[in-house]
Design a protein around this ligand. Structure first.
Ligand code: AMP
Ligand code: MG
Length: 363
């Protein structure tokens, strides 16, 4: 199929909305990353998203709405906390997991009795949802496992020929996906960290907010080989090809994260990637050492080293940098870990470690 590349003019938004209403797929910009959208209430349309992305069908999608009050269509019950978070953070990069109404199909929720909902802060996205007249289910508009798209070109690179249209708007302001907070239990629990942190949410609610424990579990997809760091950089591609098809590698069979997406391979560049963690000067020195070593071995090496504490910039640039390095046919990406004492740094590190398949060198 020919994918229409549409600038987000009024006329094109009408066209894109018609595609959604007719059960087709349209990628569109949001402030976080580009989304791949379908009518969230149409099982057949939503099912196409999984097919096109190659996304596991038990990994539910976020449902996007254009008016905060539309959440009432999707959930039977709004708690005062949910209302407070809507008033404080919507439109914005906060997704809430709430009980679902029966009209939200199993395909959209991955069979769960909850639904994840968000109102994005992007004019084109809001206009599209409004014009479509239905909530839009939209995971990130990348092939499953690849870094999320933060520019229209990233979407075109991954999905051209597979979807009806791309609403090619602006680059994404945030650059990493929304914070996902589970509002169904006693204590609001963050399932996916983002630029809105536990502290931000806690301040709005005046109560404790937790990070889900599985965010602190590092599945060792690539177990570190003792005492031979050089090997990680020269032989780890063998380890990767062995494991990369096994989406659950490193997790126990009985691992049941609250957010199904947590157990899947994510954000991976084509290049081998290593995160170097430790005190800043040591990190710089180790990256330099590994770079020289690998270049001598004939590898093309890319380096990602953000300014210290520049967490927002790191969030904005990480996925775009990974995709750029793939375009340049880099063999090995060496990334400096951020000190994650800030909630935003934690969110970026969550992505960076997954991108690297938890391939970590400590210095
Ligand atoms: P993506 O659509 O790629 O931005 O990913 C959405 C994330 O939200 C995934 O990690 C999903 O597993 C998670 N998610 C979506 N719906 C739910 C839900 N009902 N309960 C828990 N996690 C959810
Ligand atoms: Mg995604």
């Amino acid at each position: 199929m020919e994918t229409k590349i549409l600038k987000p003019t009024e006329e094109n938004i009408r066209l894109a909305a018609e595609i959604i209403r007719n059960g087709g797929l349209v990628a569109f910009p949001t402030e976080t990353v580009y989304g791949l959208g379908a009518n969230a209430l149409d099982s057949a349309a939503a099912a196409k998203i999984y097919e096109v992305k190659g996304r596991p069908s038990d990994n539910p999608m976020i449902v996007h709405i254009a008016r905060a009050s539309d959440i009432g269509q999707l959930t039977p019950r709004l708690s005062p906390d949910i209302v407070t978070l809507i008033d404080t953070f919507w439109p914005g990069p906060l997704t809430m997991v709430v009980k679902r109404k029966a009209l939200v199909p199993d395909v959209t929720t991955g069979g769960l009795d909850t639904v994840a909902v968000r109102m994005p802060d992007n004019i084109a996205a809001l206009a599209l949802i409004n014009e479509a007249g239905c909530p839009i289910a939209a995971p990130s508009a990348n092939l499953s496992g690849r870094p999320s798209p933060t520019k229209a070109q990233h979407v075109i690179d991954d999905l051209s020929g597979k979807i009806e249209a791309v609403l090619a708007g602006e680059d994404c302001r945030v650059g990493i996906e929304s914070t996902v907070v589970d509002m169904t239990g006693e204590i609001p629990t963050i399932l996916r960290p983002g630029i809105l942190t536990a502290e931000d949410i806690s301040a709005a609610l005046g109560k404790k907010v937790e990070y889900d424990k599985s965010l602190f579990v590092h599945p060792s997809r690539f177990p570190k080989e003792n005492g031979c760091r050089e090997k990680i950089c020269t032989e780890s591609s063998a380890a990767k090809s062995k494991d990369s098809d096994d989406l659950n590698a490193g997790f126990d069979d009985d691992f049941k994260p609250k957010s199904p997406g947590m157990k899947y391979k994510h954000y991976a560049p084509k290049a081998e990637m290593v995160v170097v963690e430790g005190q800043r000067d040591n990190v710089k020195a180790e990256i330099e050492r590994l770079k020289m070593l690998n270049e001598r071995l004939g590898n093309k090496v890319g380096v990602i080293l953000f300014e210290e504490k520049a967490f927002i910039e790191a969030a904005h640039d990480l996925f775009a940098d990974l995709r750029q390095m793939d375009k340049e046919d880099v063999d090995l990406i060496l990334a400096g870990a951020l000190s994650d004492n800030d909630g935003v740094g934690f969110a970026v590190m969550n992505r960076m470690l997954k991108s690297a398949g938890y391939n970590i060198v400590k210095v």
